[in-house]
Design a protein. Structure first.
Lengths: 322, 282
């Protein structure tokens, strides 16, 4: 990999990150007046409020406050949750694995199924299967993912009670083995992961379909057919690997949408990740937690974009030539 | 884009007819929904979470309110927020794209960095933060959604202006001594208008979904009924586990159909503006 190119990409990501930190500071300290957060103590005397202000460093000049904030953020000191009185970073640290599990499963399934359906549609262009899949993907794109989640609960947790409708494992259960616990989590994962998959599937399908349509009209495909290779083999061995490329970048670019989906889907299924943490923070006006989850979501998207750039560079020789 | 071509596109293609028909129905509801609603949508009764009946076509809510009436009244927020936020987004995106693309240099670099930043930041979390810091109201929702969704439009407009700037008719105008504002008004803007329009129609769909999501998360205008707040109330009152399908399915279906109609029209205009998007027949 070209080291100068990589250094440029990393520098750009770092600049974006610095902007996020500055933006976060201004958003919560300047636009959202921090004294409203202190107003949680309705009977506090002016002296007590003054004491709290100096405790939080709010009596310092704004540049000093920013330097404090930037230093704290760099050392992962994101403040104290007003709801639980725990450190925000501890709350976030507990939530990250659950979000990764949900988002990872959803993205993986959406990529695989989307690619598969995309190949089916592209090789049957204009036929009923293609039209049906296009209509389905347009519908899932247009429908709110949390509504799909509620319908899944109705169908598979209420009417046909085969899956649990919420939480990450059976509460109060004493698991006999590691395996039993994993199985219980997997069972709880089915519905939220399905909602996440359905939310992303349409995009993956459409990208794979149009990418396949493009590849199938290229000369090398015609040549492979002309030398007498069977059609199935041309599709599987030659067209699909070439058409998969745009899907790689999509998984990363989608990350911003995934972050939004994590908030609503985790809310629906009481899944204890960053999204539910955000939802609780919205309802309790727990600004330190809201600020923390926004920071983590932003960092995740910036990282995902950087990784996608690198992957594209490695996978597509045409980019390296330029 | 000539009027005749647009008319053909809307009335003589099946996609145009379906999109326009569905959108027309929802716009009608947005205007007359509260007038034709059979019941007062906020009148509670003892009929709590009742299944559909002759009295309540789509059953009742957890407070015994008429779901069908709420559904009719709720169209207004989606339509108003969707179109108003998209208008703000179009204005911002077009201005930034035009100025950056036309003047180039450091102006362009600065604006481009700003666009990139807005494209990278996860939109829904950003909207959540902004909406939570301000007190939720219709105006706040419109502003928050408009301010966070313009970057894509800016990017597309900028690219178009970059090519227009080098075209012969623009160079000719410049050689004849035309001012920048004259060139932008008479040559650049009219040639980017169709693109801005097609893109804005697609932004309407995004804005409607964003309003619904924010309302669902409890950040909607608390004084108005919208499909998002209906879903929020249904969810937090436990309607899904009570099996009250009449309460949870209709609002989401309305959001889906409205977004679908706007998207169909948006794609239609986009293909018209950018023929390369049109697929060659198999």
């Amino acid at each position: 990999m070209n080291p100068r190119w990589l250094a440029g990409k990393v520098a750009a990501a770092l600049v974006t990150l610095v902007f996020v930190v500055v933006f976060n500071f201004f958003l919560f300290r300047v636009m959202g007046d921090p004294t409203t957060q202190l107003a949680r103590l309705p009977r506090a005397t002016p002296e007590e409020i003054q004491k709290l202000k100096s405790y939080y460093g709010l009596d310092k000049p704004i540049t000093g406050q920013f330097l404090d904030y930037a230093g704290d953020t760099a050392t992962l000191d994101l403040g104290i949750s007003q709801r639980t009185r725990r450190s925000v970073w501890d709350e976030i640290k507990d939530a990250i694995p659950w979000t990764l599990l949900l988002v990872g499963t959803g993205t993986l399934l959406a990529t695989l199924i989307g690619a598969w359906l995309g190949v089916i549609a592209a090789t049957r262009r204009g036929k009923a299967a293609d039209d049906g899949l296009l209509g389905f993907s347009l519908f899932t794109y247009a429908s709110p993912e949390y509504w799909i989640g509620i319908i899944l609960i109705l169908l598979f947790a209420v009417w046909l009670p085969i899956f649990p409708s919420g939480q990450q494992m059976t509460p109060g259960e004493d698991f006999s083995s590691w395996f039993a616990q994993a199985a219980d989590v997997a069972e709880h994962l089915v519905l939220p992961a399905t909602a996440m998959t359905l939310m992303l599937l349409g995009q993956y399908f459409l990208i794979m379909r149009s990418s396949m349509v493009d590849v199938l009209t290229e000369d090398f495909i015609t040549v492979k057919r002309a030398i007498g290779l069977p059609w199935d083999r041309v599709v599987r061995r030659h067209a699909v690997p070439n058409a998969l490329l745009p899907l790689v970048t999509l998984s990363a670019i989608q990350f911003g949408i995934v972050a939004g989906g994590a908030v609503t889907i985790e809310t629906i299924f009481s899944w204890p990740g960053l999204g539910e943490l955000t939802y609780d923070a919205i309802n309790d006006k727990d600004f330190p937690v809201l600020q923390g989850t926004f920071l983590v979501f932003s960092v995740a998207v910036i990282l995902a974009n950087l990784i996608a750039d690198c992957l594209y560079f490695v996978l597509d020789p045409r980019v390296q030539a330029t | 884009m000539t009027d005749q071509r647009v008319r053909d596109l809307l009335f003589d293609t099946w996609r145009g007819r379906i999109g326009l028909g569905m959108l027309g129905l929802f716009v009608f509801l947005a205007v007359f929904g509260s007038a034709i609603a059979p019941d007062n949508p906020t009148a509670s009764s003892l009929d709590v979470l009742a299944a559909p009946s002759a009295d309540h076509w789509l059953g009742t809510t957890e407070n015994g309110e008429d779901v069908f009436s709420q559904l009719l009244v709720g169209a207004r927020v989606s339509i108003v927020v969707g179109f108003a936020a998209a208008a703000i987004s179009a204005l911002l995106g077009a201005t930034v794209g035009l100025i950056g693309g036309y003047f180039g240099g450091w102006t362009d670099r600065g604006l481009d960095a700003l666009e990139n930043w807005f494209l990278v930041i996860p939109t829904l979390p950003l909207m959540i933060v902004l909406a939570r810091l301000l007190e939720p109201s219709l105006g706040v929702l419109i502003a928050v959604i408009g301010l966070t969704s313009w970057a894509g439009t800016g990017r597309i407009v900028r690219a178009q202006v970059l090519t227009l700037r080098e075209r012969a008719f623009v160079e000719r105008a410049r050689a004849l001594g035309a001012s920048d504002s004259y060139i932008i008004r008479t040559h650049i803007l009219p040639n980017t208008m169709p693109l801005i329009f097609a893109n804005t129609v697609l932004i309407v769909a995004v804005a409607i979904l964003s309003e619904a999501a924010l309302a669902f998360l409890g950040l909607g205008d608390p004084t108005r009924i919208s499909w998002g707040t209906m879903l929020e109330n249904a969810f937090s009152s436990g309607a899904p586990s009570a099996g009250a399908w009449w309460y949870v399915i209709p609002p989401g279906l309305c959001i889906t159909l409205l977004v679908l109609s706007v998207s169909i029209l948006g794609y239609l205009f986009e293909e018209y503006v950018n023929p390369r998007l049109r697929e060659q027949p198999a």
